[in-house]
Design a binder for this molecule. Structure first.
Ligand SMILES: [Cu+2]
Length: 122
């Protein structure tokens, strides 16, 4: 009984984090897809976003701390550089398929690992 409770507590502690690593919205659509992104230090959450070609992406970046933005060059999509606690919503159309890289354009943050994958599925 004790063991089961321990496993349940472990799952509760780690599942939400693990679930945020990848957001896969490519299974349905195309349509409007709402996505929330944040960061812990130089780590974006999620680190990987999957959508369907033709999706309209309504992405809200909430800065979890520091001074950052969220930039995806290939789709001309970028938030402003904002301080911790602030958020901004941008909208763009994922009109071509492929694997792209979103990143933070502040200082050397991208080189320090502040980037992730934006994958558009045909
Ligand atoms: Cu940054």
């Amino acid at each position: 009984m004790k063991k089961i409770l321990f496993i349940a507590l472990l799952s509760a502690a780690f599942l939400p984090l693990a679930a945020q690593e990848v957001v896969d919205l490519s299974g349905q659509g195309p349509g409007v897809k709402e996505i929330s992104v944040t960061n812990e230090g130089f780590d974006y959450m999620p680190k990987e976003i999957r959508v369907k070609k033709g999706d309209t992406i309504r992405l809200t970046y909430t800065n979890g701390g520091g001074f950052h933005d969220w930039v995806l060059d290939e789709f001309d999509a970028a938030t402003k550089q904002i301080p911790g606690g602030r958020s901004e919503t941008i909208e763009f159309v994922a009109d071509r398929s492929g694997e792209f890289e979103f990143y933070c354009s502040v200082g050397n943050h991208r080189a320090r690992g502040m980037w992730g994958k934006f994958i558009v599925v045909e």
